[in-house]
Design a protein around this ligand. Structure first.
Ligand code: ZN
Length: 246
């Protein structure tokens, strides 16, 4: 089966549509979403409605929790607090309720897991090898897809005496065949707010029959999203960072 895997869409309607158009020719049968559907971006209702209608499995992200009122957002940075407050007011009640009831990861899908942050903690970031090693130890499957860092790539774990030693997979070839007996933590990257130095929207396709992951990037109309962010009165930095990809 071929899966379209989306993470950190962050209410970016233009990026989501560019991804869907690009992925349209890649023949997938199911859509998986790793959370942070809303927050930061200007179209929370449109993006939530799409995910509700078309995603087959969804796990919650920290911004989904904050924007639906499940958790406070006082630990967020000022721009994230401002966008969470704005999103809470903007969200239609039915979408807010749906976000509030999203599942906590990891969630098992056909032999692999989905989580927003890390296998041991849905809110934990895995940027570096030492952060990934705790995740590899606690991951119950050989393959886990995660998001949260907005960095496409992830980690591969080589078995050793104490568990797994993580190596970073950030310099990626577009297609990666999984190797048997290795443990993988893979991040499709952020659809709606990439932070890995590449401003293009990120996603991946996973073909479970041949165990190959395709890491994809696609240009989208950043200028339109920036204009919407500024028109909504959201912090300027949320508009500027889309163009920098950081
Ligand atoms: Zn995010």
């Amino acid at each position: 089966m071929r899966f379209l895997i989306l993470s950190d869409i962050h209410a970016n309607w233009e990026a989501l549509n560019a991804v869907l158009q690009d992925a349209g020719g890649r023949d997938y049968q199911a859509v998986l979403c790793l959370g942070d559907i809303v927050g930061y971006g200007p179209n929370p209702n449109e993006v939530t409605a799409w995910v509700r209608a078309y995603a087959d499995v969804v796990v919650r992200g920290n911004h989904d929790k904050a924007c639906s009122g499940a958790t406070p957002f006082d630990s967020f940075n000022p721009a994230a607090q401002c966008s969470s407050r704005w999103t809470r007011e903007e969200l239609l009640d039915e979408h807010r309720q749906w976000l509030l009831n999203l599942e906590r990861g990891p969630v098992l899908v056909e032999g692999f897991d989905l989580v927003h942050g890390a296998p041991d903690d849905e809110d934990r970031y895995m940027f570096h090898e030492h952060e990934a090693e705790a995740g590899l130890r606690s991951a119950s499957e050989l393959l886990t897809f995660f998001g949260h860092t907005h960095v496409q790539g992830g980690f591969v774990g080589e078995p050793h005496r104490r568990g797994f030693e993580a190596s970073c997979l950030n310099a990626l070839s577009p297609q990666m065949a999984l190797v048997a007996d290795r443990k993988y933590l893979l991040n499709p990257g952020a659809v709606g707010q990439p932070r890995d130095g590449d401003a293009r929207a990120a996603y991946c396709i996973y073909d479970s029959a041949i165990q190959v992951v395709e890491f994809c990037r696609v240009d989208y109309d950043i200028r339109t999203v920036q204009d919407k962010i500024l028109a909504a009165g959201l912090p300027e930095e949320l508009a500027f960072r889309l163009a920098s990809g950081n």
